[in-house]
Write a protein that binds this ligand. Structure first.
Ligand code: GDP
Ligand code: MG
Length: 295
């Protein structure tokens, strides 16, 4: 009998901007999740799958960890986080080397004690005083019984293999849940729409209200390349100039940057057309269903 492989769910948690999305992307190897400076850009729970030898890691990028809201809202959101964490096999708690804020501290009581939690100390490349590392880690590990501690750089791909080893050692033995080449359980169309949305939020996120949805209207693909038409649906005519930018420069940049990411995702040339539609009363529900391909 051959040695059984391992397969399990892994959650990456941490306060905003510690590098959770970057870390997930670096480990999975393809850009799927949404990297952004804004805390709330990852609006969907994204699963990425990595198959490495006999081991399969199913990453659950838990979004929406929030400490800004007060009282009941905070408690409700925290319940969601705690519940999500109780359903995975391994939790990776990401912190930023040398930096510890109230956001980090507020996450500690939400970490499960019934699951192994690995502390990933990210951004070691940016740490000026490497000697301060030991004291920094000691202060954190004194507050929670971490199963392991791994200093990493998600951006520079430092020690990510070691982090994966530590995770793998704690995954349950069992059948793989996904085909070896599955990168995500979401269709590529959906990911493409997410990538376009990411660019929009990056460029005009502060000015544009949330009633902005990206719908893939056309998707033609063969071995040679892909032809994609995406529609940015906005609620009001007054949002159009914000999205366009002076001389349409915003839209050009959004389309150019999204196209580059989609080329990387598909590994072939992409012709991408992005246009704007104003749709009054376009409901979230209707938009969500269309994005998922139900019309
Ligand atoms: P998240 O909010 O936790 O998902 O964080 P992101 O993955 O969006 O990263 C936040 C910022 O930190 C981005 O500007 C990243 O490029 C940067 N970042 C992530 N990992 C590293 C790292 O290892 N080193 C450095 N120097 N920056 C990083
Ligand atoms: Mg993120």
């Amino acid at each position: 009998m051959s040695a059984p492989g391992r397969c399990g769910f892994v959650a990456i948690v941490g306060r905003p901007n510690v590098g959770k999305s970057t870390l997930a992307n670096a480990m999975i190897g393809t850009k799927i999740s949404i990297v952004s400076r804004k805390a709330q850009t990852t609006r969907h729970r994204i699963h990425g799958v990595l198959t490495r030898g006999a081991d399969q890691f199913v990453f659950v990028d838990t979004p929406g960890f929030q400490t800004r809201h007060g009282g009941a809202m905070n408690r409700m959101m925290n319940r969601v986080v705690t519940q999500a964490l109780a359903e995975v096999d391994v939790v990776v708690h990401v912190v930023e080397a040398g930096k510890w804020s109230s956001g980090d501290a507020q996450l500690l009581p939400l970490l499960p004690t019934s699951r192994p939690v690995i502390l990933a100390v990210n951004k070691v490349d940016a740490l000026r005083d490497k000697n301060a590392m030991f004291a920094y880690v000691s202060r954190i590990t004194a507050q929670f019984p971490y199963a392991a501690v791994v200093p990493v750089s998600a951006l520079r791909d430092v020690q990510l293999g070691i982090l994966l080893d530590e995770i793998a050692a704690r995954l349950p033995e069992g059948e793989h849940l996904f085909e070896a080449d599955t990168l995500t359980d979401r269709p590529v169309r959906f990911i493409a729409a997410e990538l376009i949305r990411e660019k929009i939020f990056r460029l005009v996120g502060d000015e544009l209200p949330y009633g902005c949805t990206v719908v893939i209207e056309q998707w033609e693909e063969n071995e040679e390349g892909a032809r994609i038409a995406a529609c940015v649906v906005i609620e009001r005519q007054s949002h159009r100039p914000i999205l366009l930018g002076a001389g349409g420069l915003h839209m050009k940049r959004i389309a150019t940057e999204a196209r580059q990411d989609i080329v990387e995702l598909l590994g072939k040339p992409v012709f991408l057309d992005v246009y704007i539609k104003v749709r009054k009363g376009w409901s979230d529900r209707e938009a969500a269903l269309r994005e998922l391909g139900y019309e």
